[in-house]
Design a protein around this ligand. Structure first.
Ligand SMILES: *Cc1c(COP(=O)(O)O)cnc(C)c1O
Length: 466
């Protein structure tokens, strides 16, 4: 007689096993604030594949023994590196259920999945005050969202030259031209992936002491193209200083010149949630496509972003997954014809949960609270000789450097390592206008002013004697 397999046993104990996972999650989250924000850790050798499985309960025990204390508190209130969100309670519930329901959101497993996705993108449109004619799709992050936006732009650009690039490639066409002031690194990566080449990006000068594009310089660059079509990537929230291009002025240029407008609003798009900051995105409705991250300021778990466009037709030309007999007739509304992935997770569910749970008012408060924390840190830095601000805290990011005279990249790295070892907080390095420095970015709903004070004490300790 065969012994009962671990899988059979587990399938009989599923509710108890889910309870164990729930207990571990609750244990982790109950003290996430006390964990090092980003601990260094040398783990043991990788596990070996067991011949006879351990069963889920034993696997969990082994897992927590190895990793339980090593997982960093990056989802907690004092991780200020890059632009990092956390997960709201409702978003986490939605994410758990996403796994339990295990729908393939390419839209073919259930009509409900497709409906949830449409409903979630509609909630997001309302959150951002975008017109109804922006179609929204979920992708894994703002990199992918920018990639899709630029892919649509590439298809448009090809059409201007009478060529369907999705069908026939870039052969015979001139080098595409992409204009942008302070593009995120992933825009270059996307241009590489799209076969347009990183060199197709022509940086346009920014305003003095700013990361926002100089609109007059952009206009000159467009004039020099003498009617050749191009793509403009506008930036709504640059990572260093959360500077915003003047989107209204760019929308005005769009009436005069022939370009496709993509807006990278990965986290800056959340300015739309607050009447204090909404003016910063005024004009973005003129965009042909917009990229916004959900795993940053929306505070849903990794990985999630939304891609908005007014041109699902060009999008479908690029991404259509036609010709596989087993998939049946292509339905242009299916996500598999509109984004890089075919099979995909129902990323809409955590978004639906968190927006329904906290609403417009909840997100206004969350955005304003993050910005208030940035203001508090800015005040502390301005009043101290240990650090120097590199730019004002425009929204939720504070860029600064060491000492009154500034510091070398090595000194910054040494300071950041000390800070990381101290465990109170984690910041990531940057270079702003040629000066080595660092930035503190606030986008986790858990962060309170008291966390800023704890982080600030850690920063003073780490800077001592430097
Ligand atoms: C974070 C960010 C990206 C890239 O987003 P991922 O989610 O890491 O793929 C692109 N643009 C801006 C402005 C960002 O802040």
């Amino acid at each position: 007689m065969n012994p009962i397999s671990p899988l059979q046993t587990d399938s009989q104990n599923l509710p108890a096993l889910l309870q164990l996972a729930r207990d571990e999650a609750a244990r982790f989250l109950s003290d996430v604030a006390a964990r090092p924000a980003n601990a260094s850790w040398d783990g043991p050798a990788p596990a070996r594949l067991p011949v006879h499985g351990l069963g889920a309960e034993q696997a969990l025990q082994n897992f927590t023994q190895i990793y339980g204390d090593a997982i960093s508190g990056s989802a907690g209130p004092r991780y200020f590196g890059f632009v990092t969100g956390g997960s709201t309670p409702a978003a986490l519930m939605g994410d758990w259920l996403t796994s339990a329901y295990d729908q393939n959101a390419s839209d073919r497993t259930s009509m409900a999945a497709a409906h949830i996705e449409a409903s979630a993108t509609s909630l997001l449109r309302e959150t951002f005050g975008l017109p109804d004619d922006f179609a929204g799709r979920f992708v894994s992050g703002a990199t992918m969202s920018n990639f899709v936006g630029l892919a649509i732009g590439r298809q448009w650009w090809g059409a201007q030259h009478g060529q369907n690039i999705a069908a026939d490639g870039l052969g015979g066409l001139p080098t595409p031209i992409v204009l942008s002031g302070s593009p995120h690194s992933c825009v270059y990566k996307s241009l590489s992936m799209l076969g347009m080449g990183r060199a197709s990006l022509r940086p346009v000068p920014t305003l003095p002491d700013r990361e926002a594009v100089n609109t007059a310089a952009l206009k000159r660059a467009l004039q020099e193209l003498a009617g050749q079509p191009c793509i403009v990537v506008a930036n709504a929230g640059v990572v260093n200083t959360v500077d915003f291009d003047d989107l209204e002025a760019i929308a005005q240029l769009k009436r005069e010149f022939n370009f496709y407008l993509h807006v990278d609003a990965a986290f800056g798009g959340f300015a739309a949630c607050s009447p204090k900051y909404r003016h910063l995105v005024a004009g973005w409705e003129a965009a042909d496509s917009i990229a916004i991250d959900a795993h940053k300021w929306l505070n849903v778990p990794y990985d999630s972003a939304v891609q908005f466009t007014r041109h699902p037709n060009w999008q479908a030309e690029v991404f259509q997954n036609a010709g596989a007999a087993y998939l049946g007739e292509p339905n242009a509304a299916d996500a598999l014809h509109l984004t890089p992935e075919n099979s995909r997770r129902l990323r809409a569910l955590p978004v639906w949960f968190t927006l329904m749970a906290y609403g417009a008012e909840g997100y206004r408060e969350m955005v304003e609270a993050s910005c208030a924390c940035a203001k508090l840190l800015e005040e502390r830095i301005a009043g101290s000789s240990a650090f120097r601000l590199l730019a004002p805290a425009r929204m939720n990011v504070v860029p600064f450097t060491l000492g009154e005279a500034g510091a070398s990249a090595e000194q910054v790295a040494q300071f950041l390592q000390r800070l990381r070892d101290g465990g109170q907080t984690f910041l990531s390095p940057t270079v702003y206008k040629g000066v080595a420095g660092m930035r503190a970015a606030f986008s986790n709903w858990r962060t309170q002013p008291a966390d800023v004070e704890i982080a600030w004490r850690g920063m003073l300790d780490a800077a001592r004697g430097m």
